[in-house]
Design a binder for this molecule. Structure first.
Ligand SMILES: Nc1ncnc2c1ncn2[C@@H]1O[C@H](COP(=O)(O)OP(=O)(O)OP(=O)(O)O)[C@@H](O)[C@H]1O
Ligand SMILES: [Mg+2]
Length: 463
């Protein structure tokens, strides 16, 4: 079972660490936020699933009571516990009336904190059990897995982009999940009740692109016997996903531009215009700016499409997500075959995590499917992985290579590695300590040392 995840919101660093210490030692997962704004981002992120919030009242930016109000406007039903100074109990009582679960006054006993936290969780667990099932069904199909910092930022952008009517350009290498992101934007938008229509511009013969997109009349061209609606009409009220937009023929580009500007289409062979209400999400793994420079892509169309830019980072920049993705895909594969998910040996998982995935998430998924299909035993082992992955482990890793070329000392290498992992863990020290195999006290001590030796050093802000 997963540990419950508690968000600690406190601007005072000592108090924050104390709360973290107590809650972590009691077996909870902790997420830290130094102000209300960061806190809200955590609560709003569906991926994170914050189960409970412990918050200070007096903070710069968003104060505790404003934060409470904002949390209650999100879909989160996480109970909120207020930590307040002795002098402002009235304020806390007011917040309980507005929906906070309870409050504690500083200083408080550890046992009181744990008691109120457990009571709040028990109550919300009962309430949640009823809605969880319903909520998981749609989410599970197109779930974007990822907890690394770049993915959390992307998920946050997706949610915000969903609420806006602007066109979107999604870029990223092949297999990084661009289509998944496009669907997620659609699902997060008010258009989610209408259709999501996907078309691969590279897959349609160039002479048919126009009629595919805009439709045609019965006599439009040889072979067009009956009138047909185009994809823009099909997607009316919804979202049209133009995949590989970089491959859209030059002669069709001005026509697409017109639709985006005027909101009207004209079927091939017809003179009448028809208005459509479609949000366009485009994707490409080509460098569109370069295509613009080479006159292969119209600049005006580029700016029309690229109002909001979502970049999906390659998997090698978020190795932190690989264990999560492995778990996700093993479950997905098992579900398809209606069996219990295969387990994976730690050494095999380590190899997959260290590997530089050129084919990104898709390659990882395929690799696992193949491994499951051909596995020798009940647990996936190194032997079940393709040779290219087994052999890659012998090569010097990127971090070692760069350390060698810079002639780092062992201490410098350790510092670089620790900071890197901490940043990948989004500043979550508990998680970083776990990955590094350190206890948290040791990690804290090392970070303090780094700070002392180099006051300029930027250690990932806690969020
Ligand atoms: N973050 C993720 N979590 C879960 N599954 C993912 C994630 N990213 C990608 N996938 C899965 O990986 C596969 C490839 O993703 P997708 O087709 O969206 O990539 P793409 O960027 O559109 O690739 P291409 O450039 O080749 O068209 C899909 O099966 C998708 O469900
Ligand atoms: Mg794709």
């Amino acid at each position: 079972m997963m540990n419950e995840r508690i968000l600690i919101v406190e601007d005072d660093a000592d108090m924050r660490e104390l709360l973290e210490e107590v809650l972590f030692d009691a077996g909870f997962e902790t997420v830290l936020a130094a102000n209300g704004r960061f806190a809200l981002a955590h609560v709003e992120s569906e991926q994170e699933q914050i189960d409970l919030v412990v918050t200070d009242v007096q903070m710069p930016e968003l104060k505790g009571d404003e934060l409470l109000g904002k949390i209650r406007q999100t879909r989160s039903d996480a109970p909120v516990i207020i930590i307040t100074a002795f002098g402002s109990v009235e304020n806390a009582v007011e917040m309980v009336k507005k929906g906070a679960y309870s409050y504690l006054t500083k200083p408080f006993a550890t046992k009181d904190l744990l008691e109120v936290v457990r009571a709040a969780l028990a109550q919300s667990e009962a309430a949640r059990a009823q809605v969880r099932l319903r909520r998981d069904i749609p989410a599970a199909n197109n779930r974007i897995v990822g907890a690394s910092r770049p993915m959390r930022e992307l998920l946050d952008l997706i949610r915000r982009a969903g609420n806006s009517p602007s066109n979107i350009l999604i870029t990223g290498e092949s297999g990084t999940g661009k289509e998944l992101v496009a669907r997620a934007v659609h699902d997060a938008s008010a258009r989610s009740k209408s259709q999501f229509v996907a078309v691969n511009c590279a897959a349609i013969p160039s002479e048919l692109v126009e009629s595919e997109l805009f439709g045609h009349t019965g006599q439009a061209f040889t072979g067009a016997r009956t009138a047909r609606a185009g994809l823009f009409e099909t997607a009316d009220g919804g979202t049209l996903f133009l995949d590989e937009i970089g491959d859209l023929p030059l002669n069709v580009q001005p026509k697409l531009l017109r639709v985006l500007q005027e909101g009207t289409i004209r079927r091939v062979g017809e003179s009448r215009e028809k208005s459509v209400d479609v949000r366009v999400i485009a994707a490409t793994n080509r460098d569109l700016e370069k295509a613009v420079a080479n006159n292969e892509f119209r600049e005006d169309l580029y700016w029309r499409v690229n109002v909001i830019h979502l970049h999906v980072p390659p998997l090698r920049e978020r190795a932190f997500d690989i264990p999560l993705l492995v778990e996700h895909f093993l479950a997905k594969i098992a579900k398809k075959q209606n069996v219990i998910p295969r387990e994976i040996a730690p050494e095999a998982l380590a190899l997959l995590t260290a590997y530089s995935w050129r084919g990104n998430v898709r390659e990882l998924e395929n690799t696992l499917e193949r491994a499951v299909a051909l596995a020798h035993g009940a647990v996936l082992s190194i032997e079940d992985l393709p040779a290219r992955i087994r052999e890659a482990s012998g090569q010097t890793s990127a971090i070692l290579a760069s350390a060698k070329s810079k002639r780092l000392t062992l201490d410098q290498l350790e510092q670089a590695y620790i900071l890197e992992i901490l940043s990948e863990a989004g500043g979550n020290k508990s998680r970083a300590a776990e990955i590094l195999g350190l206890d948290r006290k040791t990690l804290y001590r090392k970070l303090d040392e780094y700070r002392e030796n180099n006051p300029e050093l930027e250690i990932t802000p806690i969020n």
